[in-house]
Design a protein around this ligand. Structure first.
Ligand code: FES
Length: 574
């Protein structure tokens, strides 16, 4: 960067200061052994790292950050790595989603409070991507995402496996098809390298989302974590953020409505997770882009499924990368995408991906020969969900997309666990399983429990799918005819709270309908004696969350976090 440009560097408000404050800012940086010409007058680039040994999917990000630093140094910037709250999917209780908004607050305040001119967001496991992007949007300085990459494909008993197989293993173990020892062996085989889940689950969906939104360099989504090209991507990302600072390419110049619509189309083509909707809504509302739940149906539901990856298809992220990755999908979709929006490298998706080849048509299809006619998420409405509910059609069973059945109601996740395998439970394959109080406020945290496992007695009969309805989410690795994100949720007084055993429920995905066949008078009678189950979250973050979290169709962000405050720090330090 030219000397004449240095005046507009945000970091100069710290390191360019004279007097006592400037002395303190510079002096304490020097205790790390940096000569002052390294950070004084150069773009200071934060590396916002979700590395944590408690987030196994991101455990390699500390190492990967070194490659980012190389790129930043090379381009004339000054890298400073800092940790933020890391929301690991596998270990956090009750659900990592409860902490997405908290992590985003950490990210936002850490970026704004420090002398940063640009930031590299290092993400991987599911919630680590939206939490970082949401926080960065509320500050709106030049920002670029680097994903950690998927794990290598697992192998077990001569067949490829990934985290989608968790559900199959659990069901096979339940009915005795898999021994205790085999169950243990499968654990080691499933997660065999660094990286996040190796199917098109939520982490891969989020990595694809940031690439589709133009927030990462082309090709970022699919390079396996263990592949040396992931480090090269990190290096190039570090190099590019320094240029973005000199171009003042802030997030709000990239994240327009058009780019969100492109991302919806691309997510549909890759068969991405339903969690995409909640996170995209939250990101759009942070940056101020006009987006609604209906946009996901309108712009995504007629997009053909172009990617044959689990859980909707057969292959793994590693196969996806070797076939050409997201660039090959974008190249194939060229005529369906808006060519205008720019990405972090200043070029459009079309320019970035115009000469990309596909190397395996069994993994990435064509518009003429897709893997499914339509793959996006359908948004349904009715008296059970006036503000909407969603279903991933590509993961559902065709014969259940239009269905009428009697409700079998579970009043909580604990109630479900206690009774689902009871041989006396009155349930058959035509029943509709209903789970209450697993939404944003009700769980709290909107847990991934919507894809309730089927009753053991039906599994033993070979039944593999049933209609399931809840106000929760489902893992991106899961599948089934599962209606999710019912809004308003039961704990907030939605009609889902009023469903009783034996009520008839009608679903018709083509008509976008989810209806509880109970009269308004009867519902009013039930409502008169209804109160939400008591919560005992009377202090701390969870109390704040329950009182301020918005409903799923708005992105389940906190009401006071919607929007942005910019990067200006209003008060001087003293
Ligand atoms: Fe981290 Fe699946 S558990 S991505």
């Amino acid at each position: 960067m030219e000397k004449s440009d240095t005046k507009r560097l945000r970091s100069r408000d710290w390191f360019g200061k004279t007097g006592r404050d400037g002395l303190i800012y510079r002096s304490f940086m020097k205790n790390q052994g940096f000569p002052d010409d390294q950070f004084d007058g150069k773009p200071v680039i934060g590396i916002c790292n979700t590395w944590s040994e408690l987030t196994p999917c991101n455990a390699h990000l500390r190492d990967l950050a070194e490659a980012v630093k190389r790129g930043i140094w090379e381009a004339g910037g000054f890298p400073v790595e800092f940790p933020v709250m890391s929301t690991g999917e596998t270990l956090m209780r009750p659900t990592a989603m409860l902490y997405r908004n908290l992590a985003s607050m950490d990210v936002e305040e850490s970026i704004r409070a420090n002398p940063l001119d640009g930031v590299v967001l290092m993400c991987g496991c599911d919630k680590t991507t939206p939490s970082l992007v949401m926080g960065a949007c509320s500050v709106d300085i030049p920002s670029i995402v680097l994903s950690g990459g998927p794990m290598l494909t697992g192998h077990f008993k001569g067949r490829k496996i990934g985290t989608t197989d968790v559900w199959r293993f659990a069901e096979e173990h339940k009915v005795g098809k898999l021994s205790d020892q085999e169950f243990r062996e499968a654990e080691a085989a499933m997660c065999r390298s660094a990286g996040h889940c190796a199917v098109m689950g939520t982490a891969s969906t989020m990595a694809s989302m940031v690439e589709a939104l133009g927030l990462s360099l082309p090709g970022n989504a699919a390079i396996p974590a263990a592949d040396s090209r992931r480090k090269a991507m990190a290096h190039l990302t570090g190099r590019r953020i320094v240029e973005m600072v000199s171009e003042d390419l802030v997030l709000s110049k990239i994240l327009t409505r058009k780019v969100f619509l492109n991302a919806i189309r691309i997510n549909a083509a890759v068969g991405g997770s339903t969690n995409f909707i909640v996170h995209m809504m939250a990101i759009a509302r942070r940056i101020g882009a006009d987006l609604s739940l209906d946009d996901f149906d309108h712009y995504g539901s007629d997009i053909p499924l172009l990617v044959n990856l689990l859980p909707s298809g057969d292959h793994f992220m590693e196969d996806f990368y070797y076939a050409g990755g997201l660039p090959a999908v974008i190249a194939e979709m060229r005529e369906l995408l808006d060519p205008e929006p720019i990405t972090v490298n200043g070029k459009s998706l079309a320019e970035n991906n115009q000469d990309v080849a596909c190397y395996n048509r069994d993994v990435i299809g064509t518009l003429e020969k897709p893997f499914g006619a339509s793959s996006g998420t359908a948004v349904v409405r009715g008296n059970l969900c006036p503000d909407g509910a969603v279903i991933k059609v590509s993961a559902a069973s065709e014969h259940l997309l239009r269905h009428r059945g009697e409700a079998v109601v579970f009043e909580s996740i604990e109630d479900y666990k206690e009774r689902i395998d009871d041989p006396d439970l009155e349930v058959d394959e035509n029943s509709v399983l209903v789970l209450k109080y697993v939404g944003p406020k009700g769980y709290p945290g909107m847990a991934e429990v919507g894809n309730m496992g089927l009753p053991e007695k039906l599994l033993k009969r070979g039944i593999t799918d049933m209609v399931r309805i809840s106000d929760g989410r489902m893992s991106g690795t899961a599948y089934g005819t599962v209606f999710l994100h019912v809004s308003p949720e039961s704990w907030a007084g939605g009609n889902l709270a009023l469903v009783e055993n034996g009520d008839m429920i009608e679903v018709d995905v083509e008509a976008r309908r989810l209806h509880l066949d109970v009269s308004d008078e009867e519902l009013a009678r039930r409502r008169a004696s209804w109160t939400p189950p008591a919560h005992d979250f009377d202090r701390g973050y969870v109390n704040l969350y329950v009182n301020h979290v918005e409903q799923a169709h708005l992105g389940a962000d906190m009401d006071f976090l919607v929007g942005k405050s910019g990067s200006h720090v209003k008060r001087e330090s003293h």
